[in-house]
Write a protein that binds this ligand. Structure first.
Ligand SMILES: Cc1cc2nc3c(=O)[nH]c(=O)nc-3n(C[C@H](O)[C@H](O)[C@H](O)COP(=O)(O)OP(=O)(O)OC[C@H]3O[C@@H](n4cnc5c(N)ncnc54)[C@H](O)[C@@H]3O)c2cc1C
Ligand code: SF4
Ligand code: SF4
Length: 638
């Protein structure tokens, strides 16, 4: 009562009256008409007038009974003393501050005692985070870009991946396939936002080695680079050993510059090396070298990729040039040793190598390029966008076609082909291609060059005899240091992001073996599936437009095809694309819960420290849970 000195105070147990007459429940009582009766009495109004008003508004039956009872039961008294002046309000910084602490105190009745449930905050795993093979905190870096904090976004990316500018260009982006926004309009363009973070963010200063245990990494593709980077960040002196003269693995020797410009790759590799890394290039290691390394270093990591290429017997091709392997062809193009002016080229295969070889052939003068593939386009392992862009550039895709024989003709070579149909699934889960038995299903395609892109496999002859490859387990049979393998060599997952993720795990395994410290996450929160997202609380918005070179220019140039977001300077397009992210399962302080809480019992902590529920006053109605657009609040029993 000390708060009400000098005032007349009237009290009524409105909840009990309302609930006794079936108006709402104990958790959510509906006390409006009960309070009308009580207030009438406290203000000295007539009960008849109040009942007439209620009838006029069609609040009859229990509503009138409650008003009547409240009118009779109100108790009033005058509290002695001086009237306290109310606290002066400060101007609200944001609209939602009208619900903040500075608007006086909470009501004195602790309505929290009515509750049977209470709201709790949670942080679920966004699907994009769960799917990203590199282990990126996708939602986190997108959130930072949305706040125009490109440095922060890059910092988040660099926790897991030293190659965000690379992945922002060549990753097939499974994160986008799993993005919840796809069920609403279009998935968030995560890959492009990642690229923008790498472009507009500033990298922190590299760290120096602080530990004694020296580690050798063999192979400088994305798996080797990622392991090197993670170990160097942990303070280990790392020696990176590579067979080629330059670092990068397939990123340099396979993926053409029109998809991944060399200066972009060089910049990211340079940053990794500045973490105190020693490099030996031009060192093609053999089995005995591996044994030596295991004695010279405290741990060895091998990620030598897929070095064996699959061949195809197309018979004796007489005077015609023999088919060339796709990877060799790409290497020749890269080093400027190949021209195909006015030639007709056939590429056999449906993966990334096939598409890159076909598009490169066009760029070095071929007048016609066909890709023959024995299944259909939807079964092709190549990245979807690459197939689309190849077709835009004029490459002919012959689906359900299998090569049989290469022979000479007066006018160059002839590739005899067999039409196929799809049968039941094979061991790979894809429909098995079966020869079409109709007479017209066999036909010849004239050509001047055939490029084979039929896949690759690992060469385990560099490992100790009898080695069994298991990612994350040190190889047995070596007397020296623990010896781990990873990347495509161990898993054949076939993407840059998977190789990066493999590097993160390899570094943690090695660190745990050497130091005893376990950096693996102990648990993962459940995934925020689309069921927890309140799509009706969001507005539709199309993806930000992307700039690409026009197909005619592309056909004769190795300039980058993809030019990033169209809109505005300084990453404006990336910021507005990032704002499309629903922040699945993670509170991004949108204030919805605060604004919708009918009791005003939520408080935002200073410095964006999140929200606090005042459970002494929370009736457990669950409005905040239904208001939260991203499933970051749930109700739990008391
Ligand atoms: C043409 C092509 C295009 C591709 N396009 C894409 C794409 O767009 N997006 C995508 O995500 N993935 C793509 N991929 C797949 C991706 O490049 C690979 O999955 C990835 O590079 C695997 O990384 P890695 O580090 O395991 O192996 P690699 O990149 O193959 O690196 C292995 C490294 O080990 C070195 N090495 C091998 N043997 C020895 C030895 N004995 N001693 C020393 N060093 C050795 C090699 O020289 C090489 O540098 C493509 C692959 C190809 C072939
Ligand atoms: S690396 Fe690939 S999967 Fe991961 S966030 Fe980037 S684009 Fe998505
Ligand atoms: S909307 Fe955002 S948080 Fe949700 S899956 Fe897509 S990118 Fe991830």
């Amino acid at each position: 009562m000390e708060h009400f000195t000098g005032r007349k105070v009237a009290t009524i147990d409105a909840t009990s009256i309302a609930v006794a007459h079936g108006l709402g429940t104990r958790t959510v009582p509906i006390v409006n008409t009960t309070m009308a009766g009580a207030i009438a009495r406290a203000l000295g109004l007539s009960l008849t007038d109040i009942l007439a008003a209620l009838e006029h508004l069609n609040f009859t039956g229990s509503n009138e009974t409650c008003a009547h009872e409240a009118f009779k039961q109100v108790q009033s008294r005058n509290v002695a003393g001086e009237i306290h002046q109310p606290q002066k309000l400060t101007a609200p910084a944001r609209a939602a501050d009208m619900f903040g602490d500075n608007l006086g105190g909470m009501p004195k009745i602790k309505t929290g005692s009515w509750a049977t449930e209470k709201p709790e905050r949670r942080e679920l795993t966004p699907p994009c985070n769960q799917i990203c093979p590199a282990g990126n905190d996708v939602r986190g870096f997108i959130d930072a870009v949305g706040k125009q904090d490109f440095d922060g976004a890059l910092q988040i990316l660099l926790e897991t991946s030293p190659l965000p500018a690379v992945c922002g260009r060549v990753c097939p982006a499974p994160c986008m396939d799993g993005c919840n926004r796809a069920e609403f309009d279009e998935s968030v363009n995560v890959r492009e936002i990642e690229r923008a973070a790498a472009e507009f963010g500033t990298r922190p200063e590299p760290t120096r080695s602080t530990r004694d245990a020296a580690i050798a990494v063999v192979g400088s593709g994305p798996a080797g680079l990622s392991t090197t980077y993670q170990l160097a960040k942990l303070g280990y002196p790392v020696t990176l050993i590579e067979a080629d003269e330059e670092l990068g693995g397939v990123l340099r020797t396979g993926i053409p510059a029109y998809r991944l410009p060399r200066d972009v790759l060089d910049e990211e590799i340079d940053y990794i090396l500045r973490h105190d890394v020693t490099v030996h290039t031009g060192c093609q290691l053999k089995r005995e070298d591996m044994l030596r390394l295991s004695r010279e270093y405290q741990a060895v990591f091998v990620a030598t990729g897929l070095q064996n290429v699959s061949d195809l017997d197309l018979g004796e091709a007489g005077s015609i040039t023999a088919p060339i392997q796709g990877l060799q062809f790409l290497e020749n193009v890269r080093t400027g040793n190949e021209r195909l002016d006015d030639q007709r080229v056939i590429v056999i295969g449906g993966g990334n190598t096939a598409m890159d070889a076909a598009r490169s052939a066009l760029r070095i003068g071929a007048k016609e390029v066909r890709v023959v593939y024995r299944r259909t386009r939807s079964e092709m392992p190549a990245i979807f966008e690459e197939i689309e862009q190849a077709i835009e550039e004029g490459i002919i895709l012959d689906e359900l076609v299998s090569p049989v024989r290469l022979s000479d003709s007066e006018n160059g070579s002839l590739l005899t082909c067999q039409g196929m149909v799809l049968g039941p699934p094979d061991d790979s889960g894809r429909p098995r291609p079966i020869a079409d038995t109709s007479p017209e299903a066999r036909f010849d395609l004239p050509c001047d060059l055939v490029i084979l892109a039929l896949g690759q496999s690992h060469d385990i002859s560099i490992l100790p005899e009898g080695s069994v490859i298991k990612e994350g387990e040190a190889l047995l049979g070596l007397s020296g240091a623990p010896f781990y393998v990873g990347g495509d060599f161990a898993t054949n997952e076939g993407t840059v992001s998977a190789a990066i993720g493999c590097g993160v795990r390899a570094a943690r395994h090695i660190h745990r073996t050497l130091s005893g410290e376990d950096l693996f996450p102990t648990s993962a929160e459940p995934v925020a599936t689309s069921e927890v997202i309140k799509f009706h609380r969001f507005e539709h918005q199309p993806r930000e437009a992307i700039n690409t070179l026009n197909p005619a220019t592309r056909q004769c140039s190795f300039d980058e095809v993809h030019l990033g977001f169209e809109a505005g300077p300084n990453g404006a397009g990336a910021v507005s694309e990032a704002l499309r992210c629903l922040s699945c399962g993670v509170c991004n302080q949108c204030d919805r819960c605060l604004e919708y809480c009918p009791e005003g019992i939520l408080r935002r902590e200073a410095n964006d420290g999140g929200y606090v529920f005042d459970l002494e006053y929370c009736k457990g109605c669950g409005v905040c849970m239904t208001a939260c657009p991203r499933g970051a609040i749930y109700m739990t029993g008391l």
